[in-house]
Design a protein around this ligand. Sequence first.
Ligand code: DC
Length: 237
Amino acid sequence: MTFGPTQNSGGPNGPSFVVAIDGPAGAGKSTAAKALARRLGWRFLDTGAIYRTLALAALEAGIAVDDETGLAALIQTLRMSQDPDGRMKLDGRDVSAAIRTELVTRAASTISAHARVRAGLLEIQRAVAREGPLVCEGRDMGSTVFPRAELKVYLDADLGARSRRRHEELAAKGQVANLDEIAHQIRERDHRDQTRSAAPLRRVDDQIYLDTSDLDTEGVLARLQDLVQTRRGVSPP
Ligand code: DC
């Protein structure tokens, strides 16, 4: 799907079903949301990837991460798209790897604290839900972007589990990292995401809380599928 000002008029499919998954970094949101969407044949939206792509574009354009006005203007000029696997393109260029560097990760966390940045990206995210049923993940899906989502889930895991997963992810890419350093970075990011004034990461009342510390991907997926089936009025097999 392509994001941008001309794409935001909504789709023809009328009301749809939104699964809104939120939670801290490393809780397994992306993996679970992507797999759930694939299993259901629905759209998948990784909203962190959108913030990351904006951060990359800002770094490349020399726009400072604290220049809220410059960042808001930049959003209007960006041509971003995300494929069903969450791979991101910026002006036709595949930036999926470039948006995962430590530099971009930090910049994304900082720019996402600006109210005007969040406002600028809000409609882009909502437009996707008008195209059909959706599984999306981020920090403010249930609280702000889709407050009327049919199913809201807060995926959590303890810091140790989240750090180990990140460590394994990096190792799979051939990158050596220190576990304590990873834990420190995750804790810092949690703090920034939870204490910013604009749409901070927080739990909301109508969210289902799911601790994934002791679950593997299949376990998380099975639980999410059950929840979707129950909400749709279909009994799980
Ligand atoms: O989920 P992620 O690590 O790819 O997200 C990157 C950054 O974007 C993260 O620091 C928080 C921010 N973010 C956000 O503020 N709101 C969202 N809906 C998704 C991500």
